[in-house]
Design a protein around this ligand. Structure first.
Ligand code: HEM
Length: 294
């Protein structure tokens, strides 16, 4: 070979740890070893990647929500707001994952699921602990889902703890209470394991925050960011419901009853309830005092 055209092509360094800085940092080798299809369906890889990406985003959202809670407890609203804005942003790629599996017909789904059941047993996504922890952090506390985690004691303990701890919304209400808006004691000191019961007094707090467009602007922005998060979460649920309709129809699912009938009522589980119900009053003129002089 002509030396003048010879390209530099160094031999792999046998003394290195077998990683480039990029692969060591991003853990590419581990990451790409995690997709293990069980069927010969050409679309199963897309299904696994799509669900794994969703898992990664749920964990990312969990970590962000926990960071925002710490920032609110430290009365750092500015940083909490920045963190929560990131949660809003993460919902975009998370919700876009549905496009990656929108090609599925019922025949595609069943070809893959039947092999998964034959390999691992009958499963339900209710066995997914990341989603449940995120939902608990968003304030939707349903202890009944814990039963799915008894085969995974470590995750059962982790979820029990998440159930018993304040949600993001509890921390928001505590922050508002410390900053001039009276949230009732029984709301602040409630049993966090129990489902949240909406309160008229909290609804009034949100109404008051929004009453004057020139005041409490930071808190109004916090309210809007929370509304964006609730919308991102509800959009995921809607896309999931439509994907189920599209690939599964009215078949019975894990519980032996129609899967869609199980999912539909969960669409009403919208985080931060009074932030929404207060919208029926925000913008109303203040009630006229009957004793005021005309
Ligand atoms: C497109 C095909 C899918 C169908 C037909 C389907 C069906 C269902 C059904 C029937 C349920 C109710 C519980 C049960 O019976 O198991 C459920 C729950 C759930 N699924 Fe799916 N699913 C699909 C895709 C996915 C994907 C791709 C993910 C994750 C990325 C996912 C995550 C979940 C989660 C987190 C729940 C619990 C929802 C809640 O608690 O409100 N599902 N699914």
């Amino acid at each position: 070979m002509n030396d003048s055209v010879k390209h530099e092509c160094p031999e792999p360094d046998s003394t290195s740890a077998g990683q480039t800085p990029y692969s060591a940092w991003i853990q590419t080798d581990v990451l790409h070893a995690l997709q293990r299809p069980v069927s010969d369906h050409p679309g199963e890889h897309a299904w696994i990647v799509s669900v794994q990406v969703s898992e990664l985003y749920w964990m990312l959202i969990i970590k962000e929500l926990q960071t925002a809670q710490r920032q609110l407890r430290a009365n750092d609203l500015t940083q909490a707001q920045r963190t929560l804005k990131r949660v809003v942003a993460h919902h975009e790629p998370l919700n876009a994952t549905w496009r990656s599996i929108a090609w599925m017909t019922p025949a595609d789904l069943l070809a893959i699921l039947s092999r998964a059941v034959a390999t691992y047993g009958k499963d339900t996504a209710l066995q997914g602990w990341t989603y449940r922890q995120m939902v608990y952090l968003l304030g939707i506390k349903q202890a009944e889902h814990l039963k799915h985690f008894t085969p995974q004691p470590q995750r059962w303990v982790q979820l029990n703890q998440a159930l018993a701890e304040p949600s993001l919304y509890d921390d928001v209400l505590a922050y508002l209470n410390r900053n001039g808006f009276a949230v009732p004691k029984d709301v602040l000191e409630r049993d966090f394991t129990a489902p949240y019961q909406p309160s008229k007094a909290v609804e009034t707090v949100w109404r008051d925050i929004y009453a004057d467009q020139g005041r409490n602007l930071e808190l109004q922005q916090l309210g809007e960011t929370l509304a964006d998060i609730a919308e991102g979460f509800s959009t995921w649920k809607y896309l999931h419901l439509m994907a189920t309709r599209r690939t599964f129809g009215a078949r019975p699912a894990y519980f032996g009853t129609e899967g869609i009938a199980w999912l539909k009522p969960t669409m009403d589980e919208i985080p931060f309830p009074e932030l929404w119900s207060a919208r029926g009053f925000i913008g109303d003129p203040p009630a006229a005092c009957p004793h005021a002089k005309k």
